[in-house]
Write a protein that binds this ligand. Structure first.
Ligand code: 4AZ
Length: 273
C-alpha cells in the first residue's frame, strides 16, 4: 500500500509536492494511464453495497472526506482494510478522528445523495502485519440497515485463477494523485498464486501470502486498484472475494493488485461484526 496524499487538508502546494513525490516513488505508474486505473464510471444502484470511509475533519469537504473504500457484508457490518485505520493514513490514531463516517448511496462524492452514517464500533485486526500486509482487515459497525454483498466462502469457484472480477473505488485513476469524484470499477481477472508469489517475493514492499491474499489484474497491466481504493471490494460471481490492500504502483504489467482474501478472514468478520 501507499499512503494517499492528504491534498484537501494540506492545500494545493502540498498536493503538487505529493504528486511529484508519488511519481518518484512509483515510476512508470503514470504511463499505465486511463482510469480505479483502467475503469469506468458505475452507478451506485449497480453497487449498493459499496461504501466510502470518510472524515471531513481529516480530509476536507470536496469529496465528502473520502479516504478509503469499504463494503457492506451484513445489514450492520462494513469491512475495510486495517491499514486504512492507521495513523499513516489518518494523521492521528483512529480513535481521535472526530467524525469517522460510512458514506452509503453516494456515487458522486461532490453531491449530497445518500447518507453519512456514524460508526458505532471499530475493530482493527491486531494481527495486521504492515511489513507483509497480511491480515489487512478492519470491521466497522453502523446502526442503519445496509445492503450487503455475500462473501465467497473457502473453496468457492470465484477464487479460481482466470475468473472475471471487478474492483470498485473512488481512488486514483492515473497513479498521480487524481482521485475520482465518482465511483469507478475496473474489470480484472483473478491471477494464479504462483504468478503473484513471483511478483512479490519476501523482502520487498510486501510479501504475497496465498493463504491470506488473492491477487488480480491483467498480464499486460492497465487495470488495477490504486491509492484511495484501499478497503474496497473485489467482486467475482456476484460475491466478495477480496479487499483492496496493496501492490507495487498501479496497473503496471507484472505488478498485480493484492487483496485480502475474504475466505481467510471470514471468521474474524463473523466474530467482530
Ligand atoms: C494504496 O495505496 C494502494 N495497485 C492500493 C492498491 C494498490 C496500490 C496501492 C494496487 O492504497
Amino acid at each position: 500500500m501507499r499512503i494517499r496524499s492528504r491534498s484537501s487538508v494540506l492545500g494545493p502546494v502540498a498536493a503538487l509536492v505529493g504528486a511529484l513525490a508519488l511519481s518518484v516513488v512509483c515510476p512508470g505508474q503514470a504511463v499505465a494511464g486511463r482510469a480505479v486505473v483502467g475503469g469506468r464510471s458505475v452507478q451506485m444502484s449497480d453497487a449498493p453495497w459499496m461504501v466510502a470511509l470518510a472524515s471531513r475533519d481529516r480530509f476536507g469537504d470536496a469529496r465528502s472526506g473520502q479516504f478509503c473504500g469499504g463494503v457492506a457484508v451484513s445489514r450492520s457490518t462494513v469491512v475495510t482494510a486495517a491499514h486504512c485505520m492507521r495513523p499513516e493514513v489518518l494523521g492521528v490514531d483512529w480513535r481521535e478522528v472526530p467524525d469517522l463516517r460510512v458514506v452509503v448511496g453516494r456515487g458522486d462524492l461532490g453531491g449530497e445523495e445518500g447518507q453519512e452514517l456514524p460508526v458505532r464500533r471499530v475493530w482493527v485486526n491486531p494481527e495486521y502485519d504492515p511489513r507483509t500486509h497480511a491480515g489487512d482487515i478492519a470491521v466497522l459497525t453502523v446502526d442503519q440497515p445496509l445492503t450487503p454483498l455475500p462473501m465467497a466462502p473457502k473453496g468457492d469457484p470465484a477464487y479460481r485463477p482466470g475468473t472475471a472480477a471487478a474492483v470498485y473505488g473512488w481512488g486514483d485513476t492515473r497513479g498521480d494523485g487524481s482521485y475520482s469524484r465518482t465511483l469507478r470499477s475496473a474489470p480484472v481477472r483473478v491471477l494464479d498464486d504462483a504468478r503473484c508469489a513471483d511478483a512479490y517475493p519476501s523482502g520487498g514492499d510486501g510479501t504475497y501470502r496465498a493463504a491470506s491474499m488473492v491477487c488480480a489484474g491483467l498480464p499486460e497491466g492497465g487495470r488495477d486498484a490504486c491509492q484511495g481504493d484501499s478497503g474496497g471490494p473485489l467482486v467475482a460471481h456476484g460475491k466478495l472475494i477480496g479487499l483492496v490492500s496493496w501492490g507495487s504502483g498501479c496497473g503496471e504489467a507484472g505488478s498485480p493488485g493484492v487483496y485480502t482474501r475474504m475466505s481467510a478472514v471470514a471468521p474474524l468478520v463473523a466474530a467482530h461484526g
